[in-house]
Design a protein around this ligand. Structure first.
Ligand code: SF4
Ligand code: SF4
Ligand code: SF4
Length: 327
């Protein structure tokens, strides 16, 4: 069975290489953005290239963490981009905001089966990732080999929380779909556990929790820099007139940074999980971003990146919404 999953991934990877090469040969794109093997075990790294020979380095596996949509606003020209479900929605969101022109992007959609969170595997096995010998996905299980011994874990134990709660793993917007559609994880309760736990405590306890968490923030801005929804050329944190935040990482300013960032990405965040993954001090940022994602859904019946023709959230209103507001 592990072999079946491996062959499925390899099949998608072969199709990707073929399609990417064809895009270069037919001069349909100037760049390809995808993933290549990382320098460490069980990792990948973004590959951005203009050279058709580099296409052979492209990989698709259970470790393609990055949301590559983040690079689209940096690159001038026509781009062929590898996109998982959440990434494709980020691309659509950028199109809605006029940050990316649809005609300049060829979306090579990867039906996604979820990304393995290595920190969860480390906790379960009690071993650092570089001590793990092998790791394979087999439908709803992940098989890990350490010191010639294999252990099986359910995907609910080892996928990233956002992948366990992913609603649309198959890219909705694509030009090329590299495999058959995939379905969301059947039991998504684990994805909400941390968030629900935090919602079940008193306001005072929640305040203390975030005060403690943001006391550890070093204001490295990794969470902002990996986020495709954080596309401002000049972020409010760099403004000096007025100065919204003190440059020193005091917890109050750190908390305010995240509160304002969450408001800015409301209606653009696709719950890709990149901000939480990138945080070097493991602040559970998804407990803020997913809550905002849900609030946007409840209040405005809006999900980010679903319709490239739709106006971005809070940039338009319906006639009935303004009755009684403007006179
Ligand atoms: S959030 Fe969905 S589409 Fe994105 S990596 Fe996870 S499972 Fe794949
Ligand atoms: S990534 Fe983490 S440490 Fe860095 S600014 Fe964001 S919350 Fe703070
Ligand atoms: S706020 Fe976080 S989860 Fe949302 S789109 Fe940005 S990186 Fe992804």
């Amino acid at each position: 069975m592990a072999l079946i999953n491996y062959l499925m991934m390899k099949d998608i990877e072969q199709k990707l290489k073929k399609e990417a090469k064809a895009l270069f040969e037919q001069s349909k794109v100037d760049y390809i953005i995808g993933f290549e093997p990382g320098s460490l075990k069980f990792t990948t790294t973004p590959l951005i290239t203009r050279d058709k020979h580099d296409v052979d380095r492209l990989v698709i596996n259970s470790f393609t963490v990055n949301n590559l949509a983040n690079f689209l606003t940096e690159i001038k020209g026509r781009v062929g981009i590898v996109a998982k479900g959440c990434d494709s929605r980020s691309i659509v969101s950028l199109i809605q905001d006029n940050k990316v022109a649809r005609e300049n992007v060829v979306i090579m959609g990867v039906p996604c089966t979820g990304i393995i969170d290595l920190s969860k595997v480390e906790k379960l096995t009690g071993k650092d990732r570089d001590k793990l010998d092998d790791m394979n996905r087999e439908r709803d299980k992940v098989i890990v080999t350490v010191d010639s011994k294999t252990s099986e874990f359910s995907i609910t134990e080892v996928l990233f929380d956002n992948c366990l709660g992913c609603e649309l793993p198959t890219p909705q917007e694509h030009d090329i779909l590299l495999g058959e559609s995939t379905s969301p994880v059947a039991d998504n309760s684990v994805s909400q556990e941390k968030i629900d736990q935090l919602k079940s405590v008193t306001q005072e306890q929640r305040w203390d929790f975030w005060k403690n968490e943001f006391s550890r923030c070093i204001r490295c801005y990794a969470c902002r820099n990996v986020c495709p929804a954080c596309f401002c050329e000049r972020c409010f944190v760099e403004e000096t007139e007025p100065q919204w935040l003190m440059p020193l990482p005091r917890w109050q300013d750190n908390l305010m940074f995240q509160v304002i960032r969450n408001i800015h990405v409301a209606g653009r965040c696709t719950d890709c999980g990149e901000c939480e993954r990138a945080c070097p001090v493991n602040i559970p940022l998804r407990s803020l971003t997913k809550e905002m994602y849900d609030i946007v859904g409840e209040l405005f019946h809006f999900k980010a990146g679903m319709d490239k023709g739709a106006a971005p959230l809070m940039t338009h209103y319906e006639q009935e919404e303004i009755e009684g507001v403007f006179r």
